[in-house]
Design a protein. Sequence first.
Lengths: 325, 325
Amino acid sequence: MATIQDIAKHAGVSAATVSRVINNSGYVSTETRQVVEQAIAELNYVPNTHAQNLRRGSTRNLGIITSTLEDPVLARIEPFMQFANEANYTTTLFNTYNDPNRELETLDRLKAKELDGIFLIYRTNDWSKIEPYTQFGPIVTLHNIEDLDLNIQSVYIDHYSGYKMILEDLWENGARSFINVLGSRTGINTKRRIKAYLDFCEEHQIEPHDFEPFLGIGGIEGGYHAVELIDALEEKPDAVLAHSDEIASAIVSQYHKRGVRMPEDISVVGFDNLDISHLMDFTTVDYSIHEQGKNACRLLLNELGAGAYELAPLNFQLIKRNTTK
Amino acid sequence: MATIQDIAKHAGVSAATVSRVINNSGYVSTETRQVVEQAIAELNYVPNTHAQNLRRGSTRNLGIITSTLEDPVLARIEPFMQFANEANYTTTLFNTYNDPNRELETLDRLKAKELDGIFLIYRTNDWSKIEPYTQFGPIVTLHNIEDLDLNIQSVYIDHYSGYKMILEDLWENGARSFINVLGSRTGINTKRRIKAYLDFCEEHQIEPHDFEPFLGIGGIEGGYHAVELIDALEEKPDAVLAHSDEIASAIVSQYHKRGVRMPEDISVVGFDNLDISHLMDFTTVDYSIHEQGKNACRLLLNELGAGAYELAPLNFQLIKRNTTK
DNA sequence: TTGAAAGCGCTAACAG
DNA sequence: CTGTTAGCGCTTTCAA
């Protein structure tokens, strides 16, 4: 491979001049520039990225860390990548498969200057272990960190009002008993959903249902499992609220197979407004998940001084389809 | 950030020795090793990747190039990434959005030593433009390149027999007229499917249908469009064969909405056996798409001398569900 | 078993 | 406007 020296020789100039041409920095006469550009073209030269990065002390590469690659995660990753690409940043995706060590190793890449910043979608380590890394580069997350005094930005969105929105709509259409299919026991989203549900119950003077065993449910298999749990219930609920479209799709799928009619026999609602909700025609909540991914990137680039992007507002919107009245 | 020199000083040894410890190369006495390891731990040292890469002339990073991020593509990317990760390789995903220049720029990263090898899922440039890059690193693709004399490996799988399998099964169950919803007009998969269909027609002495306007159909929107095209037909077919589960999901979705019963009114078959086919309960063909992604990685690592992996065999299997008799 | 020294390819002062 | 020079942080001969 040709190096900058080869180009310099070929063009009869110094390496510094070639560098100036490549980077469009400093003064270069039009003639010299042309000669250099021709040499570059002739020798088919591409600068060695490692040398550039070593010299500059930065990459134009953002890391994306997740613990799973399910649809709702992908729905954030894609717009993030696209936005980064447009800003001329590269992205590297790391799946930790929920292994805390892998997560730490990946954060080390920030130290190793391999990554300029990180979009930490799902974390597995304590914040106290993660935060020290911010001295090596910005970190943005999907988690809620409002209460914590951390140097980490977040694109978290409080599910409370979105969830309440669903409940109220179901109520208006006659539903009186509900099952909340919830995710991570410790997650903030679960807490906020529970809060919304409890508040709702109080306002409408109804008895809340037991959250167990509907906690910690995830993935398509989780959705199938939820259906079995509901089947085992003595009193069937009027409506099932899934915490994601992925779960909802599995539930809807099972009901279709069993000939359970929606919304006549039971209502089902998802969350996220992914393609699947459209395809399977079930009610869900949209909150610009796409823009959320982009916002993560905007935040990161702003912190890196690579732009001054305004964040897009994220609003809840109920998307009514055929699984609710 | 601490550098190798800092560690050397701290441990009272030379940088060379630290390097030996880091890389587990050459001779280091147990004592020295311990002292160095302690220094590394104390100073929280992580080697600068760019310096390493510059020195070594290689990264442990594989590029994945695609022109779109739809489900069938993701279904290959995920296992590829996982396999690479396990072999201690990093992956970087590039979406060209069908822009030939972006594709070339990404291939340039091979030259720039930024990528050790490339999984070129979908290409947009001519092979003649792509092949020269193989001198800078191995390229593996999903495209068929059997006929061409290229230095590019492929995990292509001929759809002929898989497609024939579907047709025969439909025939046995009474279907006599078909619509083939086909992809890229120039793609080999389309050609092989057409060949399978024409052979099938000849064997069963039936008249093939016009391929137009069912060519070049892709994405969910494409599936919706296909349904409209079929509606406009004078004679309704007994069965619709989609070239991917994505297309099939859109078709099935539309039919559900319109109250068209499957398989009573019409049969629908997909291809790929993605999650969605299971969720929406439609018949499809499995051919270890997951292993195909891994094979791509195996091939790449073999070429890089980073292993001697055996390829997994890819076989067709008809997965019958409720959209066919 | 260890250290000295050279150099991977590039950029950025600085001097002219 | 252009060239000289130093050095980013690491690995790898070579010599001791």
